[in-house]
Design a protein around this ligand. Structure first.
Ligand code: MN
Ligand code: MN
Length: 488
């Protein structure tokens, strides 16, 4: 009889991780990590950083003072020193973008280990002439134009803080924000009167762009013949008294409203972190701190490694501080010169072609309230570690980098060899929507690139949620990638 003598293969013993109810190879970070004290300390340092860094400029300032305190050299001011292996350095572009790195043992021509993140977050920018006053109510108003993809209805009825820079007529620079703890807010319509108007709108239209107008002053009522509310004059008086600013100065400014509340631990076990701006300053923090560790510990990486902390990601990576800018090339020339003394374009192109990059950004986690939008197997859970995201994009991977099998394999091997808890992730179901990252812009430089990230709930809202244990795991993973990837 056919098959009579055939051996029946015994079913293989299942991998321990397969028993996890959350799916294939998904593990809880807290079951794999013992160092609870390290996790708590790291999370509290991160919350301090987020609290003081609410814009890309403030984040650059934070990192710059941290790096200087740890002996990093500013290559943008001093572009041609020779850097010894293990030496930390950084370069700043226009106060809003920065590269942070450590010189390796090998020549930089052999390629870099790169992590790309971004420092900008969705927010409400002020219009160039934002001041308005309502003569009828006597209230002063600030009109805004939102930055990045937001659900506008989430930005009303919360305390907002005014941040940013004003360049005055005589060229003097004024930085608002830390100077002023004034609070602003956008008043939504009361539930008692919304049924026949706002309640009829679609959710996406519940608050419209032109309705994102913040209260800025409670002044006095106008005389009948006044075109503008006298409250505008009062706001201008206040700005002039306090900062010497006149209305025309506001045209030369980068001012925005951002959530004013502090980052907080969330949940009875305090295992989650709620804050404005996790996207994507969490990635900048978890990848810059390992470079500081490396310098502090005197560890010399074999390969040169750096982080690229970008601006303008939320509006398409445009502009001179975005991922499409030549700042990356300019900085790479500085590194090549500091390492090898070369400034040849061929060497730069060769170096980029031998480089490996992680595009580190927040990733959609599974939301228990809206499970329908994601594929259970291919979505991330809070607390189950760093995500390996082969591709992002939407509508058939459009706009995605789509990492190669080889690059995905290298990262998987690296994490498995270093006790890094990771999980696979995809944004949502195939035809559900999607989004992109800066991965594709690094790939155009001929680097091997893959997306990784920290799982997050409530993305682009004024209060985003991550898990403390994931925060720790991403930090560990980035240290491993920067220092050890393809170095043996
Ligand atoms: Mn992001
Ligand atoms: Mn984003």
């Amino acid at each position: 009889m056919i098959g009579e003598n055939m051996k029946v293969a015994k079913p293989k013993k299942r991998d321990k991780a397969d028993k996890n109810p959350h799916g294939w190879k998904r593990r809880w970070v807290h079951e794999s990590v013992e160092d609870n004290e390290g996790i708590a300390d790291f999370a509290s340092g991160y919350m301090d950083f987020l609290n003081t860094s609410r814009t890309e400029r403030e984040a650059v300032e934070y990192f710059e003072s941290l790096l200087l305190a740890h002996g990093f050299r500013d290559l943008s001011r001093d572009p041609t020193p020779t850097l010894e292996p293990g030496c930390g350095f950084y370069m700043v572009n226009r106060g809003r973008e920065m590269i942070v790195g450590v010189a390796g043992e090998e020549s930089p021509e052999n390629g870099f280990n790169v992590i790309a993140t971004h420092l900008d977050s969705p927010r409400l920018d002020l219009k160039p002439l934002p001041l308005d006053g309502d003569p009828d109510t006597g209230l002063g108003l600030l009109r805004t134009h939102y930055y990045g993809g937001i659900k506008k209805y989430q930005w009303v009825n919360i305390p907002l803080s005014l941040r940013g820079r004003v360049v005055k007529g005589d060229g003097e620079i004024i930085d608002l924000g830390r100077l002023d703890d004034s609070i602003f807010t956008i008043p939504d319509l009361l539930v008692h009167l919304y049924k026949k108007t706002q309640a009829k709108r679609k959710l996406s239209d519940g608050i419209r762009g032109e309705e994102l107008v913040a209260l800025t002053y409670s002044g006095k009522l106008a005389d009948e013949d006044q075109r503008r509310s006298p409250v505008v004059g009062q706001v201008l008086d206040h700005l002039h008294e306090r900062y010497g600013i006149v209305e025309e100065d506001l045209i030369s400014s980068d001012l925005c409203l951002v959530p004013a509340y502090e980052p907080r631990e969330v949940g009875l076990d305090r295992g989650l972190l709620g804050a404005y701006g996790h996207d994507n300053r969490v990635s900048a923090f978890t990848s810059n701190i390992p470079l500081v560790d490396m310098v502090d510990e005197g560890k010399i990486p074999r390969k040169w490694c750096f982080t690229l902390n970008l601006d303008k990601e939320e509006i398409g990576s445009e502009g001179q501080t975005g991922a499409k800018s030549a700042f990356l090339e300019k900085s790479a020339y500085n590194m090549l010169e500091a390492g090898d003394g070369t400034t040849r374009r061929r060497d730069l192109i060769r170096s980029f072609g031998r480089s490996y990059a992680i595009s580190l950004d927040v990733k959609s986690a599974r939301n228990p309230l809206f499970k329908g939008v994601q594929d259970s197997t291919n979505s991330a859970r809070l607390g189950c570690g760093i995500t390996i995201t082969k591709y992002t994009g939407s509508g058939g991977k459009r706009g995605a980098n789509d990492a190669s099998a080889e690059m995905s394999g290298e990262i998987r091997r690296l994490y498995n060899s270093g006790d890094i808890v990771w999980q696979m992730q995809e944004t949502g179901k195939v035809d559900q929507g999607g989004g992109g990252t800066v991965a594709k812009f690094l790939a155009t430089r001929n680097m091997d690139v893959i997306d990784n990230g920290i799982p997050l709930l409530s993305m682009h809202s004024p209060f985003e949620i991550i898990s403390k244990t994931d925060l720790w795991m991403v930090y560990k993973a980035m240290g491993k990638f920067l220092g050890d990837f393809r170095s043996s």
